[in-house]
Design a protein around this ligand. Structure first.
Ligand SMILES: NC(=O)c1ccc[n+]([C@@H]2O[C@H](COP(=O)([O-])OP(=O)(O)OC[C@H]3O[C@@H](n4cnc5c(N)ncnc54)[C@H](OP(=O)(O)O)[C@@H]3O)[C@@H](O)[C@H]2O)c1
Length: 266
């Protein structure tokens, strides 16, 4: 992977304690990275830090922060002042499943802060430093839900589209300046968060649910090569059909129907 040679020896993972975030932490610890791990709950973070420390003899600093709060980006980056991460992975996300109007507007605003405002501010502040140094990497987690309108996931899907377009735009601006950025567009992945959302079993034609470790290794293979990518062959085939072969209307209908079925929405 040679990630250390390319990006330095410290990585910040926002949303690191479980699922895909913990898989990123583990993969980077195995490469000898020093880690800054961020999440709301300190205990699972500290457990992961101890476990990775024992297994890989790596150092990890844990920062407890609710990334849905205004000023969260500043709080995290001030807490690590003096340390300049060569890799930023923004993984945390909030999704409210259900009809748009059943959730109060405040819930949608909270999702907008966790999923868009905080990562945008982190990318801005760390991006300036990475560009100054002429090296660095940013990974923004996106989702297949962000590739078209996704009924019953409206705000989440819209924020994931934002992440993808932000990463792709900056990829263009930064491609000759030594800083790599990628949107990792995942499909269903077996994380504790996904399992807690109680999805029903996907149909036999649905792409397979991926393991977090697979998502992570696919992402590390592609960073520096493409502005964004879709994880998993099954997801790429589904996306090809939805985005290239069907009309936008059909794609939106299929996505909404699927979400309705998976989450048993009446
Ligand atoms: N899992 C999937 O099927 C799937 C599919 C497509 C895309 N994705 C994307 O992949 C990413 C990871 O998904 P995931 O399922 O692994 O996990 P997730 O449930 O979205 O996030 C898990 C991690 O983020 C932290 N986190 C959540 N909200 C936070 C907040 N407000 N402030 C600080 N930390 C917070 C959690 O720790 P605390 O609870 O302690 O804060 C945990 O460490 C997300 O961006 C998601 O959109 C996932």
């Amino acid at each position: 992977m040679e990630l250390k040679a390319r990006y330095g020896d410290t990585a910040l993972i926002a949303g690191a304690s479980e699922g895909i975030g913990a898989a990123y932490a583990s993969a980077l610890a195995a490469e000898g990275f020093r880690l800054i791990l961020v999440a709301r709950r300190i205990e699972p973070l500290q457990r992961l830090a101890d476990e990775l420390g024992d297994r890989y003899d790596t150092m990890a600093q844990c920062v407890a922060c609710d990334l849905s709060e205004e000023g969260a980006a500043e709080q995290v980056l001030d807490a690590i002042e003096g340390v300049e991460p060569g890799i930023l992975i923004y993984n945390a996300a909030l999704s409210h499943i259900g009809t748009f109007t059943e959730h109060p507007a405040a819930d949608h605003c909270q999702a907008a802060v966790v999923n868009m405002i905080t990562p945008m501010k982190m990318v801005h502040r760390l991006g300036i430093k990475m560009l100054d140094k002429g090296r660095g990497a940013v990974i923004l987690m996106s989702s297949m839900a962000g590739l078209q309108g996704s009924g019953f996931l409206a705000t989440y899907a819209a924020t994931k589209a934002f992440n993808m377009v932000l990463a792709e735009s900056l990829w263009y601006e930064w491609k000759d300046r030594g800083v790599d950025i990628i949107a990792c567009c995942a499909g269903a992945t077996a994380t504790p968060g996904y399992i807690r959302s109680s999805p029903s079993k996907p149909g036999i034609f649905a792409p397979a649910v991926q393991k977090p470790e697979v998502v992570v290794s696919e992402c590390f293979k592609r960073i520096g090569r493409v502005p964004s990518f879709i994880t998993g062959r099954g997801n790429r085939v589904a996306s090809f059909i939805m985005q290239r072969l069907l009309t936008r209307r059909m794609a939106v209908l299929i996505m909404g129907d699927n979400t309705r079925k998976i989450y048993r929405i009446r």
